[in-house]
Design a protein around this ligand. Structure first.
Ligand code: ZN
Length: 261
């Protein structure tokens, strides 16, 4: 069965800004979904902010193997309920890929538990992305480095927790560098952040970027069954300990108590 990807797009600047509308006439989310769907191993759909519930329900996330998220102008309009749903799905085993300015999206900040801040400059600079390792699945089929002629600059320090792996580092014409491809595991879910994708530039039409996105979907896919309750914290009574023990000392909780949160 194909990997089920859901591309979530804010779809705000595509409708309000003439330059962005020309680069992405059907929305960035559609360009990304079309790129994923060129691979028969992936079946991508889209959802956008303006749809009821932002196009996201627990049922839809249950049928999503990997969620891709692009947002910029309207992070604050994403409801806390949808943020909770997305984070719970990731903790349960859904893969998540956060693109470019999604570093400040509510789900990414919640999953990272950090400011996720960076330095930036919008000057159409050349970005050169370097692989840090040749055998990472997200870098499959890529040259040692590739360039995007026009991109927004994101610079270090990037306020995220130390990643599991750094797949790409970027150099910008103005001299800054940035860790532009990072992985984490959150609960049972695989998380990838990929930096390029400023909306005034044709980044998601780039063939190498599209390869990275398809590779990342395959990497983030966790085929194991979703955890029913990723936040469960069950009490293990004395009698159920793996090795026999004798209870000692005073206690606050009775056997099987739900515990304090
Ligand atoms: Zn941007």
């Amino acid at each position: 069965m194909a990997i089920r990807a859901l591309v979530w797009g804010e779809n705000v600047h595509e409708r309000r800004n003439r330059v962005v509308a020309q680069v992405y006439p059907h929305g960035m989310h559609q360009t990304i979904a079309d790129a994923l769907n060129t691979d028969s191993a992936i079946r991508a759909e889209t959802a956008t902010l303006d749809q009821p519930g932002h196009g996201i329900t627990p049922q839809r996330l249950a049928q999503t193997d990997v969620l891709l998220w692009w947002g910029h102008a309207a992070h604050g309009d994403v409801s806390d309920a949808v943020t909770d749903m997305v984070c719970n799905a990731v903790w349960s085993g859904m893969g998540a890929i956060f693109l470019h300015s999604a570093h400040f999206s509510k789900p990414f900040k919640r999953l990272m538990g950090a400011p996720c801040n960076l330095t930036w400059r919008e000057a159409g600079e050349r970005e050169r992305l370097w692989l840090t390792t040749r055998n990472h699945p997200i870098a499959a089929g890529l040259p040692d480095h590739f360039e995007l002629e026009n991109e927004e600059m994101y610079g270090e320090p990037f306020g995220v927790p130390e990643p599991l792996e750094t797949v790409f580092v970027s150099w910008f014409q103005g001299g800054e560098v940035f860790r532009s491809g990072l992985t984490w595991r959150r609960g049972a879910g695989n998380v990838f952040y990929f930096r390029p994708g400023h909306e005034t530039y044709p980044t998601y039409h780039d063939a190498t970027v599209q390869t990275v996105l398809r590779n990342a979907v395959k990497w983030a896919h966790n085929p194991a069954p979703r955890l029913a309750d990723p936040g469960a914290a069950p009490n293990v009574p004395v009698a159920k300990a793996p090795e026999p023990i004798t209870e000692r000392g005073p206690r606050l909780h009775h056997d099987g108590a739900p515990g304090l949160r």
